[in-house]
Design a protein. Structure first.
Length: 128
């Protein structure tokens, strides 16, 4: 692949500007791709399963490792895995989750089954 590809769940018209009263849109970056999810009531799944919104091919990653879903005006990561997820926010200590939930805030890095410093593939999460 020669450049980053952009994937859109539930696409919108090109060139559309976001109004101030519209909800935040979660975005994920992984492996040179950016996933933008505009479904206000949907979720994004990460795991080894080819049907996942973000496919992470690593032995430490479960088929359905975790999901990010909107709950009112917030986004929550729910870990469903055996090996857990390591969540990092800039300037904060890394948090380990296993079969737990965490409010994500505006920007986080998500590593699967091992700390971010040791992980080969880290998903960047942010809202815009």
């Amino acid at each position: 692949m020669t450049g980053a590809r952009k994937f859109v769940c539930n696409p919108v018209r090109a060139g559309r500007t976001v109004a101030k009263n519209e909800p935040l849109v979660p975005r994920l970056r992984y492996g040179g791709r950016e996933i933008v999810c505009r479904r206000h009531d949907g979720s994004i799944t990460r795991g080894r399963d080819p049907a996942s919104g973000v496919v992470v091919n690593d032995a430490r990653v479960s088929r359905h490792h975790c999901t990010i879903e909107r709950r009112q005006d917030k986004f929550v990561l729910t870990d469903r895995s055996t090996n857990g997820a390591y969540i990092t926010a800039e300037g904060s200590a890394e948090i380990f989750l296993r079969r737990e939930e965490l409010f994500l805030g505006k920007r986080r890095w998500i590593a699967f089954g091992q700390p971010r410093a040791e992980a080969q593939g880290v998903v960047e999460y942010f809202c815009s």
